[in-house]
Each structure stands twice: as C-alpha cells, then as structure tokens.
Ligand binder design. Structure first.
Ligand SMILES: Nc1ncnc2c1ncn2[C@@H]1O[C@H](COP(=O)(O)OP(=O)(O)OP(=O)(O)O)[C@@H](O)[C@H]1O
Ligand SMILES: [Mg+2]
Length: 475
C-alpha cells in the first residue's frame, strides 16, 4: 500500500479537519433493517452523520463517492459478505477504516476480517458504550500521525523472518545480500510459506526502506483492471473512471513494488509489463504522457514459472527480466524445526495468539503435521487454538482435534446424505458450501490455493465464496 495509504490519509485528514465541528460521517452496512435503525439511533445521538446501506454492493457505490470517515459493517450478509466488501474496498484503494459487526456464530469471520485489515469488531446486538468507544478509537486512528505510524509498522515492524533451520538461515543470509541492490528478485514457494514476508524484509533492509512498499496481487484483480491497477488511468479512460488515478507503479515511486502471484498475470499484460521493465516508462490508461518512476520490482509466485514458459503460458523474455535473482522459500514440512520458534512468535504478547499456552506434547503434535498451507496454516491453527482454549494449557489432544479439522476430513452431521423433504439442489448446495469451507481451511485460509486444489477457476470459486458468504484470504 505504502504511499497510497499515506496519500489517502493526507487528503482525508484535511477533510476531517474541516468537518470536525459538523460531525463525522459513518456508513453502517447491514442487511437487517432493525439493526441499521438501532445503529443509526446510537450514532446520531452522539452527533455523527449516519448513512446506511443494506448490502456490500450498495456500500461500495456509496464509498466510491467519497466523504465517508468510517464504515461499520456486518460480516455475514447474503450476496457479498463483509469480508469480500472489505477486500473490494482495499482493491479500490478505499482505505476508510472498517469496524465489523459479528454475531455469536461468526466470530471466525470477524477474525478473518481483522486479518484482512478491519480495525476492530463489535458483537451483535451492539452495546452502546462498547460501540461508541470502538468508533471513537477508529476515528482517532485516522489522524495523519497515527496512520503514518501504523503504515511504518505494517511494513517494517512485522518483516522479521522467523526460523533457525539451516534452510531459513541460508534464506535470511540471501535476503541480506540482495537487499542493498536494486536487483529484481523472483520469490518462489508454495502457498503460505512467507513469500510476501520475504519481499517485505528485502524492502525493509534496502536503502528504499523509507519509501513505500506496494503490492499488487495479479491473481485477485479482474483481468480488464490489471492495466489500470498497475499504470493508473486518466479521468474518463473507461466507464467508471470518474477521476484520474495513480497506479501501483506511481504509488511505489521511490520504493518497492511486489508483483504477487505473477504467474496469474494475463498474457496481454505481460507484454506491457515487459516494456516498463525494459524502458522504465509507461502511460496511464487513456493517457498519452510518458511517466517514469524509480521503483524496485520484486515478483512472487507459487507456480512453476519455468514450466509455464515451456508450455507457452508465460513469456520467456519477461521471465528472464524478473528473474535476476531467485529466492526459494522452503515448505514448512521440510523445516519442521522452525515450528517451535514460529509458535512462540505467533503467541507472543500483542499478537492474536497471545495468551495461548501449549504443552510440550502439543508442540510435538504440531511438528508431526504436514501443513499444506505452510506457515499461514500454522498461524491460523495457533490463532484458532487461542480463541478456543486461551487461558488454559493446551495439550496434544486439542491440537490433534484442530488438525483433523484442518485436514478437511469431512464430518457430516448426517449419517446419510439424503434428507427427507430437502431438494437435491439444496442438498448439493450444502455439500458444496462445506467442501469449499474445508478446502479453504485446509489451505491455510487461502482461497486461491483452495481453488487450485479443487481444480476450479479462481473467479468462479470467488463467486461461490461470495454466494455462500465464506471468508478466507484472497490469495
Ligand atoms: N518465517 C516466518 N516468520 C514469521 N512469520 C511468517 C514466516 N513465514 C510466514 N509468516 C507469516 O505467515 C503468513 C503467510 O505469509 P505470506 O503471506 O508471506 O506467505 P505467502 O507465501 O506470500 O503466501 P501466499 O502464497 O498464500 O500468498 C503471514 O502472516 C506471515 O507473516
Ligand atoms: Mg503472498
């Protein structure tokens, strides 16, 4: 995000200063109209201006118009879930803070929302004091200083690569070696191994550390928007381009740009990217002015790019341009000795796993597992254990129980699949929802990895997740 985040707050901050006396604007999003009314009453009573929306889609339309200081949104909504709406906001560079509302049954989704960048969550039904405190905190957070500090922490504070195994020591040595140059680095590794973290660590140890660290997930952006995401667009360049907007290359000026999931970059875009890497210049979509920027490009992928080059789905010339240096992040099952240190890291004070105490047998049980979702899956398991068993010492049994859920072993509540009075369509829908949820869980919460494992087209899979209000991370 880097400068985008920064810039946004700078503009917003002006807005906040001007509007201070007139009350700040809060958008409340919930499909239940009664709740919307309750929120409106509580917030208006405190002098806030309140807008409402009854779906994620409607919320995005309102947010696109600007002027909203805070979003309070239900995680569970039919159609587009709160988590998807949040992801869409971030994709559109709308960095308005979001507080999610969760019911008793959606605590897991609230955790996912926080991991995807929500500020905090409040439980249903809303308690006045708790809600107002959270709202005040979130609005205070939007002040420039706080946002700036947070930005630094997001990028620099958390880029420590944990792990003392020989493989990780070697990797850390390589990171330190490649960081000072401007050389392009291709980071390869399975899902959840820590590729993005490695990129952040390269940036943090480079002379560009004071500049922005910007990321584009090439797999998560719709094909026809990749170009505008990378290079920006001029006003009126296409339907919906209401204002001119900078792309990631411009936002990353003076810093580092990570092209994540580069293997998913559509072919026509590969040509355009190659040109920028060769000439260091580009034009915004719909513009004719050549723009040059000073950006170090890193790329990451979980796919075998060399094989893609062989079969013709990735350009060879681009592959060589990006692949000046290659770093391979090993899967967690090949460095099980890191598990202890990682668990310690994920349960340290201030983290979401804080408070979890694991017995020696629990660590031993964790070390036997294969982690198809790698470090992300381990982190998720630790955080889930902390939610379920925080406060008591957890043994191997609780760990095994959690791991067997992650394994995706289907535990159907019904003995048989047929249920009297339920249509085939409904039964199949239930089954599909369950399979998708388990696949995402088995892949460390990564929707992309789950889609790949199930052999489903990503966009189709994401649509299904939206349809069933299933959370997870968009990569
Ligand atoms: N060595 C490590 N030390 C500390 N945290 C780690 C380490 N490796 C991974 N993590 C954490 O695990 C999570 C997943 O890491 P990251 O997003 O970097 O993986 P990734 O390889 O980019 O995954 P994906 O392929 O799904 O995009 C992050 O929360 C990251 O901070
Ligand atoms: Mg990644």
């Amino acid at each position: 995000m880097g400068a985008g985040y920064n810039l946004h707050y700078r503009c917003r901050d002006l807005g906040v200063a001007i509007r201070e006396d007139m009350g700040q604007r809060i958008l409340v999003v919930d499909d239940e109209r009664d709740l919307l009314r309750a929120f409106r009453r509580m917030l208006e009573h405190e002098g806030y201006d309140v807008d409402t929306a009854t779906s994620g889609e409607e919320a995005l339309t309102q947010l696109d118009k600007g002027g909203v200081d805070l979003v309070v949104m239900d995680v569970c909504m039919p159609g587009m879930s709160g988590i998807d709406t949040l992801a869409q906001m971030r994709e559109r560079n709308i960095l308005t803070p979001v507080i999610v509302i969760s019911g008793a049954g959606s605590i897991d989704q609230a955790v996912t929302a926080i991991k995807s960048g929500a500020f905090d969550f409040v439980q249903k039904p809303p308690k006045r004091e708790r809600l107002l405190l959270t709202v005040r905190n979130a609005l205070r957070f939007t002040s420039l200083e706080d946002a700036h500090q947070q930005l630094q922490q997001d990028v620099v504070g958390d880029s420590r690569v944990i792990g003392g195994s020989p493989a990780m020591e070697r990797l850390k040595g390589l990171i330190a070696k490649v960081a000072p140059s401007d050389g392009r680095v291709l980071i390869m590794g399975e899902n959840g191994t820590g590729k993005e973290l490695v990129a952040a660590s390269i940036h943090a140890q480079s002379p560009r550390a004071h500049g922005p660290f910007v990321k584009l997930n090439c797999g998560a952006v719709p094909k026809d928007l990749v170009e505008s995401e990378l290079f920006g667009h001029e006003k009126g360049a296409f339907t919906g381009a209401v204002n001119a907007r900078k792309g990631r290359f411009e936002i990353a000026d003076g810093g580092t740009l990570l092209l994540d999931e580069i293997g998913d970059m559509p072919m026509p875009m590969q040509v355009k990217l190659l040109r920028v890497l060769q000439e260091g210049q580009f034009e915004r979509v719909g513009g004719s002015r050549s723009i040059s920027v000073d950006v170090r490009v890193l790329a990451a992928t979980n796919r075998d790019l060399a094989a893609m080059v062989e079969e013709g789905s990735f350009r060879e010339d681009l592959y060589y341009r990006l692949n000046v240096l290659t770093l391979r992040v090993p899967p967690l099952r090949d460095r099980r000795q890191d598990i202890g240190q990682l668990v310690e890291h994920f349960t340290s004070p201030g983290t979401r796993g804080a408070g979890l105490r694991l017995g020696e047998d629990a660590i031993a049980a964790l070390m036997q597992y294969d982690y198809r979702g790698n470090v992300r899956e381990l982190q998720n398991i630790v955080e889930r254990l902390a939610i379920l068993h925080g406060g008591s010492v957890v043994g191997s049994e609780e760990v095994r129980e959690m791991l067997s859920m992650g394994e995706g072993k289907r535990k159907s509540c019904r003995g048989t699949l047929y249920e009297h009075g339920t249509t085939l369509k409904e039964l199949l829908r239930d089954l599909e929802r369950q399979i998708i949820t388990e696949a995402i869980l088995a892949h460390g919460n990564s929707k992309g990895a789950a889609a790949q494992a199930l052999g489903t087209e990503r966009s189709h899979f994401y649509k299904k997740c939206r349809q069933y209000s299933i959370g997870g991370q968009d990569n």
